[in-house]
Design a protein around this ligand. Structure first.
Ligand code: GAR
Length: 204
Protein backbone atom coordinates (compact mmCIF):
# COMPACT_ATOMS: atom_id res chain seq x y z
CA UNK A 1 0.00 0.00 0.00
CA UNK A 2 1.41 3.37 -1.01
CA UNK A 3 0.96 5.99 1.68
CA UNK A 4 -0.34 9.32 0.38
CA UNK A 5 1.70 12.28 1.62
CA UNK A 6 -0.56 15.12 2.69
CA UNK A 7 0.14 18.79 3.44
CA UNK A 8 -2.49 20.50 5.59
CA UNK A 9 -2.83 24.29 5.37
CA UNK A 10 -4.29 26.05 8.42
CA UNK A 11 -4.77 29.56 9.80
CA UNK A 12 -6.39 29.08 13.18
CA UNK A 13 -7.70 26.60 15.72
CA UNK A 14 -6.92 23.39 13.82
CA UNK A 15 -9.84 21.22 14.89
CA UNK A 16 -10.14 19.80 11.36
CA UNK A 17 -6.40 19.09 11.36
CA UNK A 18 -6.87 17.15 14.59
CA UNK A 19 -9.81 15.24 13.13
CA UNK A 20 -7.57 14.15 10.24
CA UNK A 21 -4.71 13.14 12.54
CA UNK A 22 -7.02 11.20 14.87
CA UNK A 23 -8.94 9.42 12.11
CA UNK A 24 -8.44 5.68 12.49
CA UNK A 25 -9.33 4.90 8.89
CA UNK A 26 -6.59 7.24 7.63
CA UNK A 27 -3.81 5.74 9.76
CA UNK A 28 -2.52 3.33 7.11
CA UNK A 29 -3.56 5.40 4.09
CA UNK A 30 -1.96 8.80 4.55
CA UNK A 31 0.86 10.56 6.29
CA UNK A 32 0.53 14.24 7.15
CA UNK A 33 4.05 15.36 6.38
CA UNK A 34 3.65 19.13 6.59
CA UNK A 35 1.42 21.63 8.34
CA UNK A 36 1.64 25.04 6.71
CA UNK A 37 0.25 28.34 7.98
CA UNK A 38 0.26 32.06 7.27
CA UNK A 39 -0.02 32.64 11.06
CA UNK A 40 3.13 31.81 12.98
CA UNK A 41 1.34 31.62 16.33
CA UNK A 42 -1.80 29.73 15.31
CA UNK A 43 -3.05 27.01 17.70
CA UNK A 44 -3.00 24.52 14.82
CA UNK A 45 0.83 24.65 14.85
CA UNK A 46 0.70 23.43 18.47
CA UNK A 47 -1.34 20.44 17.34
CA UNK A 48 1.20 19.70 14.59
CA UNK A 49 4.04 19.77 17.11
CA UNK A 50 2.09 17.48 19.43
CA UNK A 51 2.09 14.94 16.57
CA UNK A 52 5.75 15.68 15.64
CA UNK A 53 4.82 17.03 12.22
CA UNK A 54 7.02 19.62 10.55
CA UNK A 55 5.49 23.10 10.48
CA UNK A 56 6.15 25.78 7.87
CA UNK A 57 5.34 29.44 8.35
CA UNK A 58 4.34 31.00 5.07
CA UNK A 59 4.79 34.74 4.61
CA UNK A 60 6.88 37.67 3.56
CA UNK A 61 8.96 37.98 6.73
CA UNK A 62 12.59 36.94 6.85
CA UNK A 63 12.90 33.27 7.70
CA UNK A 64 9.39 32.49 6.44
CA UNK A 65 8.71 30.24 3.46
CA UNK A 66 8.01 32.68 0.65
CA UNK A 67 4.90 32.13 -1.47
CA UNK A 68 7.15 32.06 -4.56
CA UNK A 69 8.90 28.86 -3.42
CA UNK A 70 5.83 27.06 -2.06
CA UNK A 71 5.29 24.86 -5.12
CA UNK A 72 8.93 23.75 -5.03
CA UNK A 73 8.72 22.98 -1.32
CA UNK A 74 5.57 20.86 -1.76
CA UNK A 75 7.15 18.99 -4.68
CA UNK A 76 10.35 18.37 -2.75
CA UNK A 77 8.24 16.88 0.08
CA UNK A 78 6.56 14.61 -2.49
CA UNK A 79 3.10 15.85 -1.47
CA UNK A 80 0.23 14.05 -3.21
CA UNK A 81 -2.68 15.95 -1.66
CA UNK A 82 -3.05 19.44 -0.22
CA UNK A 83 -5.86 19.94 2.29
CA UNK A 84 -7.05 23.44 3.19
CA UNK A 85 -8.50 23.09 6.69
CA UNK A 86 -9.41 26.60 7.74
CA UNK A 87 -6.72 28.26 5.60
CA UNK A 88 -7.80 31.82 4.92
CA UNK A 89 -5.36 32.95 2.23
CA UNK A 90 -5.42 32.40 -1.50
CA UNK A 91 -3.22 29.58 -2.78
CA UNK A 92 -0.80 30.97 -5.41
CA UNK A 93 -1.76 30.25 -9.03
CA UNK A 94 1.44 28.31 -9.76
CA UNK A 95 0.69 25.92 -6.87
CA UNK A 96 -2.86 25.43 -8.15
CA UNK A 97 -1.43 24.67 -11.60
CA UNK A 98 1.06 22.09 -10.38
CA UNK A 99 -1.42 20.45 -7.98
CA UNK A 100 -4.63 20.74 -10.02
CA UNK A 101 -7.32 18.35 -8.69
CA UNK A 102 -5.02 17.55 -5.77
CA UNK A 103 -6.04 20.50 -3.56
CA UNK A 104 -9.23 20.27 -1.52
CA UNK A 105 -10.90 22.79 0.77
CA UNK A 106 -13.55 22.41 3.44
CA UNK A 107 -16.16 25.16 3.59
CA UNK A 108 -18.68 25.43 6.46
CA UNK A 109 -21.82 25.96 4.34
CA UNK A 110 -23.54 24.54 1.29
CA UNK A 111 -21.74 26.12 -1.67
CA UNK A 112 -22.34 27.93 -3.98
CA UNK A 113 -24.37 29.79 -1.32
CA UNK A 114 -22.49 31.64 1.42
CA UNK A 115 -19.07 31.43 -0.24
CA UNK A 116 -16.52 33.76 -1.80
CA UNK A 117 -13.99 36.26 -0.52
CA UNK A 118 -14.47 37.20 3.15
CA UNK A 119 -16.79 34.24 3.73
CA UNK A 120 -14.92 32.24 6.32
CA UNK A 121 -15.48 30.98 9.83
CA UNK A 122 -18.14 32.85 11.81
CA UNK A 123 -18.81 35.26 8.92
CA UNK A 124 -20.36 32.31 7.08
CA UNK A 125 -22.50 31.18 10.00
CA UNK A 126 -23.71 34.74 10.70
CA UNK A 127 -24.74 35.12 7.05
CA UNK A 128 -26.55 31.77 7.14
CA UNK A 129 -28.31 32.73 10.40
CA UNK A 130 -29.33 36.15 9.06
CA UNK A 131 -30.67 34.59 5.88
CA UNK A 132 -33.16 32.55 8.00
CA UNK A 133 -32.13 29.43 6.06
CA UNK A 134 -33.33 26.24 7.71
CA UNK A 135 -30.48 24.05 6.43
CA UNK A 136 -26.76 24.57 6.29
CA UNK A 137 -23.94 22.07 5.99
CA UNK A 138 -20.39 21.46 4.92
CA UNK A 139 -18.84 21.28 1.45
CA UNK A 140 -15.56 19.76 0.33
CA UNK A 141 -14.45 20.95 -3.10
CA UNK A 142 -11.42 21.10 -5.34
CA UNK A 143 -9.59 24.42 -5.27
CA UNK A 144 -9.18 26.56 -8.36
CA UNK A 145 -8.08 30.17 -8.86
CA UNK A 146 -11.35 31.62 -7.49
CA UNK A 147 -12.44 31.52 -3.82
CA UNK A 148 -14.87 28.64 -3.11
CA UNK A 149 -15.48 28.06 -6.82
CA UNK A 150 -13.88 24.69 -7.66
CA UNK A 151 -15.78 21.51 -8.39
CA UNK A 152 -17.78 20.18 -5.46
CA UNK A 153 -16.78 16.71 -4.28
CA UNK A 154 -19.28 16.15 -1.47
CA UNK A 155 -21.73 18.05 0.67
CA UNK A 156 -23.47 17.06 3.86
CA UNK A 157 -26.45 19.02 5.04
CA UNK A 158 -27.35 19.94 8.58
CA UNK A 159 -30.81 20.81 9.88
CA UNK A 160 -30.55 24.15 11.68
CA UNK A 161 -34.26 24.90 11.93
CA UNK A 162 -34.23 24.61 15.74
CA UNK A 163 -31.11 26.78 16.32
CA UNK A 164 -31.18 30.31 17.67
CA UNK A 165 -27.65 31.68 17.11
CA UNK A 166 -24.77 31.63 14.59
CA UNK A 167 -22.60 29.99 17.30
CA UNK A 168 -24.98 27.06 17.54
CA UNK A 169 -24.90 26.67 13.76
CA UNK A 170 -21.08 26.71 13.80
CA UNK A 171 -20.98 23.99 16.44
CA UNK A 172 -23.38 21.69 14.63
CA UNK A 173 -21.69 22.17 11.25
CA UNK A 174 -18.21 21.65 12.72
CA UNK A 175 -19.18 18.18 13.99
CA UNK A 176 -20.12 17.24 10.44
CA UNK A 177 -16.90 18.75 9.06
CA UNK A 178 -14.86 16.51 11.32
CA UNK A 179 -16.46 13.44 9.72
CA UNK A 180 -16.69 14.71 6.16
CA UNK A 181 -13.10 15.81 5.64
CA UNK A 182 -11.49 12.49 6.70
CA UNK A 183 -14.12 10.69 4.56
CA UNK A 184 -13.12 12.63 1.46
CA UNK A 185 -9.40 12.19 2.15
CA UNK A 186 -9.97 8.46 2.45
CA UNK A 187 -11.80 8.34 -0.89
CA UNK A 188 -9.04 10.40 -2.52
CA UNK A 189 -6.33 8.14 -1.11
CA UNK A 190 -8.20 5.12 -2.46
CA UNK A 191 -8.41 6.77 -5.91
CA UNK A 192 -12.18 6.75 -5.76
CA UNK A 193 -12.78 10.38 -6.68
CA UNK A 194 -13.20 10.80 -10.39
CA UNK A 195 -13.89 13.90 -12.48
CA UNK A 196 -16.01 13.23 -15.54
CA UNK A 197 -17.31 16.11 -17.68
CA UNK A 198 -16.87 18.47 -14.74
CA UNK A 199 -19.05 16.28 -12.51
CA UNK A 200 -17.30 14.71 -9.58
CA UNK A 201 -18.24 11.19 -8.72
CA UNK A 202 -17.29 8.98 -5.82
CA UNK A 203 -16.75 5.49 -7.17
CA UNK A 204 -17.81 2.44 -5.20
C1 GAR B 1 -13.80 25.47 9.72
O1 GAR B 1 -15.12 25.61 10.10
C2 GAR B 1 -13.66 25.55 8.20
O2 GAR B 1 -14.73 24.99 7.52
C3 GAR B 1 -13.63 27.03 7.99
O3 GAR B 1 -12.80 27.52 9.03
C4 GAR B 1 -12.96 26.67 10.17
C5 GAR B 1 -11.60 26.26 10.67
O4 GAR B 1 -11.71 25.58 11.89
N1 GAR B 1 -13.11 27.38 6.69
C6 GAR B 1 -13.59 28.40 5.99
O5 GAR B 1 -14.45 29.15 6.40
C7 GAR B 1 -12.96 28.56 4.62
N2 GAR B 1 -13.73 29.47 3.80
P1 GAR B 1 -10.52 24.70 12.43
O6 GAR B 1 -9.25 25.56 12.38
O7 GAR B 1 -10.91 24.36 13.83
O8 GAR B 1 -10.39 23.48 11.55
Amino acid sequence: MIVLKVAVFVSGRGSNLRAILDSQKLQDLISVTAVISNKIDCPAFEIAREYSINTYYLGKAEGAVQYSVLAKLLESLDIGLIVLAGFLKMIPADVIDVFRNRIINIHPALLPAFGGKGMYGMNVHRAVFNSTAKVSGATVHFVNEVYDDGEIIVQRKVDISDLTSPEQIAERVLKVEHELLPDVIEQFALNKISSDNARIEILN
